[in-house]
Structures are given as C-alpha cells and as structure tokens.
Design a protein around this ligand. Sequence first.
Ligand code: AMP
Ligand code: ZN
Length: 472
Amino acid sequence: MTPLVLHNSLTRTTEPFAPIEPGHARVYSCGPTVYNYAHVGNLRAYVFTDTLSRVLTWKGLRLTHVLNITDVGHLTSDADAGDDKMEAAAKASGRDIWAIAAHYTQAFEDNLAALNIRRPTHMPKATDHVAEMIEWGVRMEAGHCYRLDDGLYFDVSTVPHYGALAGAAHDAAEGRIEAVAGKRHPQDFAIWRTSPPGEQRQMEWDSPWGRGAPGWHLECSVMSAKYLGLPFDIHTGGIDHREIHHPNEIAQNQAHCDCGDPGAKVWMHNNFLVDRTGKMSKSSGGFLTLQRLVDRGFHPLAYRMMCLQAHYRSELEFGWDGLAAAQVRLKRLVQAVGALRDRGDGRGRDDAGTYRDQLDAALSDDLATPRALTVLDAMLADKALSPQARVAALADFDDLLGLGLSTLTRAALRVRPADATIDEDEIAARLAERREARVAKDYPRSDAIRDELAAAGVEVMDGDPLGWDWRV
Ligand code: AMP
Ligand code: ZN
C-alpha cells in the first residue's frame, strides 16, 4: 500500500499520516447548524470527510469519527455578533426550537444517506453536552477568561500563538470581527452568553455566569475531547473555519490542558463550492438544497460525482451544466458496467491489482479523487482485463469513492423532475410513435411529436451516444 499523505493546514505542508494510537484513526468534523436545510456547499464538506473516512478505513485502520450537530449557540456571525441562528429561526417561524432542530437534523441525515455518506461513529448534539461545556468554562475561567455583562469571554492573549492556524488569512479576518463592547482583544470570543435581562430564550441553562447559552466554539472542543480524547488525529471543516472557529477551538484546547497542544495533530479544510449566481446562500429564498437538485432531475450521486471531480482543496464552481456533465459521466459509468456484465465470461487477465494500486496511490496523495476517477475510467476500458475482473474490481472503487457502481441502475439515475407533466410509459409510447413516423418518412408528424414532447418538458435527443434518447 502507498503511505497516506494529507495536507495539514497547521503546518501548511503535506505530511505522512500516522495515527497517534497505532491502528486507530480518530477524526472530528464540524457538523451542521440545524436551523435550516443544508445547502449543497455544506454537503461538499461531508463528501470530503466521507472520502477521508473511507480511505482511512480501506487502509485497515479502525476509525472513530465524530460529526457534531450544532443545535445551540451558533450566531449569525462567527465572531460573537448577531442572533443565535437557532433562536432566530424559531422566532421567524413561530415554531418550537426543539422541533426545528429535530426536523433539520433528520433532513441532514437523509442528505447524508442520499449521498452515500457513511454514518459517523458518533453524531453528538451540542444541547446534550451543556453541563460539560460549563465544566470546561469553570476550568478555563481563572487563567484564560474574563466576564462582561453579557457573559464569559476568552482572552486569546493567554494562549501561545493564537491564530497560528489562520496565518495570513487571519489578519484579513480580523478586520471583519465586529466589536463587542468591553472585549480586551477583537478576537476574544464568548464561552458563555448570558441572556439579556427581561429576554427569555427558548433554549437556556443555568451557569455560574448566569442563565444563558454556551458560545458556539466551545461545543467542538468539549465533544471532540469527550468522544475522541485529546489529542486526536484529524480535525476537519470548511475553509471558513480556518479563520475563527478552529483557532478558537485550539485556544480552548490549550487552555483546558494548560499546554501548547492544539488538540488535533492534523487540521484539514475543504475549499468552498461557489455559486456566482448567489442562489446557494441561505439568506436567498429558494437556496440550493440537495432536494432542489433532485427536483430538477438530478440524482444525488451526480452531485457526489461533481464533488469528486474536483480536489477537495480547490474551489469548485456550482453550475447546472457542470452538474449535468457529472450526471452524464455517472451514466456512462453505469452503462459501461452494465455492458461488462452482459458480456459475462470473457477473455483477458483476471488480476486488476495494478488498478487497485493506482487507485490507492491517487487517494493516498492527499485524497486526489479526480485522479482516482481517471483510474476508474482506465480500468473499465482495459480490454486486456476480463469483463468479470473489471466488474469485481469495482468493489474497491465503490468502497473508496462511494458511487455505488456495483448496484446503481440506469433506471435509478433517471430522476423525474418535480415539474414534469408526463410519465415514463407515456414518453416511451410517444417515442415509439415517432420512430414509426420516421420510418414512414412522415417528418411533419415526427416533428409534431417532438414538439409535443418538448411542450411537456421532454427533450428528445436523436443520436444520443448514451442511448438515453430522452431527457426531461
Ligand atoms: P454550517 O452548517 O454553516 O455550520 O456549515 C457546515 C459546514 O459546511 C462547515 O464545515 C462549513 O465550513 C462548510 N461550508 C459552508 N459553506 C460552504 C461552501 N459553500 N462550500 C463548502 N463548504 C461549506
Ligand atoms: Zn466545530
């Protein structure tokens, strides 16, 4: 096997990975804030962590993976300004905050399943760990915190090298930190937020600093320490977290252990999915959820494919054409696998080991999924390899890339858009009629059927090389 190397944001280098505890990888991923559906950008973060999990497991390591559910404390700004996202959502909808959290947590889990993202070992909720967060606050208070009217704040000058993770990016972030009156340093952050007098939150707890709620950054330190132990191996999140959230977690970890240890050895960050049309953002109505892609006729795994086609550290631009291209690529693969199966016993080598090695080499190189996909293409097209060997070799690709090619069918990939007004049998019947018209050289009739289908949202693709002769 090729030794695994991963890019560590802390050292800004790509380093060989060796778990602290031999044979056991411990990974923490910052999870969703469940005040709304995840947008497809958020989901890119979990496709990335899933690839990481799959690679670690495939290499024979025991994996403990924690993905937290943020159901309290995350403000509309990462830097202690604005409202609590959960409380704001409850206020806006007039619904019970716990019901909101439960609804969007379930929706998130459904998204993970639809994208073939394996379930993490633990998915702890912040609200189940408030007592432990208070314990952390008490422990850190004397040496590292100070009180203001609205809560307990962490003094970032009390830990070594605050913000080292963010580096250059951090200076840029600083300018964006909105002032909270009385903070000693702009980067100081809330450990506990006391509810304003006369105002009752739906979620609040008693603490030594008054009734209120924990600051958002605290939950990740507390839950990673609880479920993984400090220090653990890998901490992941989106690139935005490199600037504020993760430096704050590191500061808390250092304060808690009274040492310089950042808590995790390797910090990994996925780059953003960007949408130049601005439709992805949750503040824009009808933002881009996975369900919206499905409503437009895309299979969730087409989105997974789109993610895998880019390296996790590269920006990926969202576009409907790009998504359509990813879906076509997936269809081609499914078709190629089907053709190999139909051929049954065929001639050729039976050992696909070289492709397994190439796949391993690609993913061991800081999870180079685009390269792994080209290895898959080459393997399926290798005529020197018997059809059975090629089909059998899919098991490793499915284990690592999670595209489910061993079981995915053409029919499953044909997703009906929500606004389609015609069903599949009808389309098939109309197309048969159109073929007859063409055989009879009745082109006006053939064109009329084509126009009728177009009016129902079905595009007839004459000579479609995939043999998928229509598309809704
Ligand atoms: P949130 O639910 O806002 O706390 O975000 C959940 C995860 O998605 C975090 O790891 C974010 O860093 C990540 N994230 C947010 N926006 C994007 C994006 N456009 N592309 C990729 N990851 C993102
Ligand atoms: Zn976090």
